[in-house]
Write a protein of this length. Sequence first.
Length: 386
Amino acid sequence: MKSPNVEPGLIGLIGLIGQSVSAVDTPALVLDLDAMERNLARMAEFARRHGVRLRPHAKMHKSAALALKQMQAGAVGVCVQKTSEALALAAAGVNDIYISNEVIAPHKLQQVAALAHALHSQGGRLAIAVDSLPGVQALAEACQSLNTASVIDVFIELDVGHGRCGVGSADAVVALARALAQHSGLRFAGLQAYHGRAQHGRTPAERQAAFDQVLARVKAARAALEQAGLPAALITGAGTGTFALEAASGVYGELQAGSYLFMDADYAQNMPAPDQPEFEHALFIKTQVMSVSATHAVCDAGHKSHAIDSGLPTVWARDLHYGNGGDEHGILRGETLPALGDTLWLVPGHCDPTVNLHAQLVGVRGGLSQGVVESLFNVDARGCLT
């Protein structure tokens, strides 16, 4: 019989605090707290040393408790990509949130305006990105409908080469900044300038070449704003692949890197630049070998436990290759196969969508082999896609 008032899937986690990591059922998403805290400290120190603000992307971990840890370590707040993510994190105590994405639906803009008012009344802050004149007008109308004195900080998103959202010219940036100035409830806060594909250039030279183009577009937009008497207050962007370049640019004032906290298998393929801290894998999927044959072994962590958009997971500290076994199985091959019942640790290819598949993260102190469960982190914004 199902236990009352316990979300399905969490029953096996109840009572884990203080137990050995061996007691964690499989498959489970596990945080190596020691490694995570070293990553947290390294990025916080980097930002302080370079005199830039840190606003990590909470869409990566979707956890209010982890967002608050980042803020306690020096982050000014967090980014999200969805209105529902902002609502979930705010409800759990995060009070400085930037929706670094466009929101167009009227009912969502009503939620944005109401959340901005609620956070402002608590001494917090909400910001959002725009890339169109209709978007500015719709946001202004939502704010006016609430008839409040709170102000939303608005960043104009500039397409710096990703080819996704954002305006494509400096003139368009100026037009949007002028439009924002016509609305008392909106405050032009600066430029959103993030290039997602640049994060995954494998060599420092590849990332530098991509960033040089980014910086040229940002400087052109900033110059046009200054000429129009509308200087950009802040340039914000950057990710775990390029943050050292933004920090050294003398142009960016805020870094949005997020994956550094966990580090996935895809980011591990990047060759680090000599002037940036190195981060450790801190996010793992604990899995158990459930079948062994002469040619391969099978573990119980299939695609329902990890995202595969950035490739299949790697096997931590074992000379094994993880292959596609479907929803519930992983196929393991190598010269020395694991034994039936063995525990293995997988490093997911992409941390963000992997976390979204789980309701909680199990925090382990003292390492993966001999550690003890110290904490459980709710994935507060799990499934927040709207």
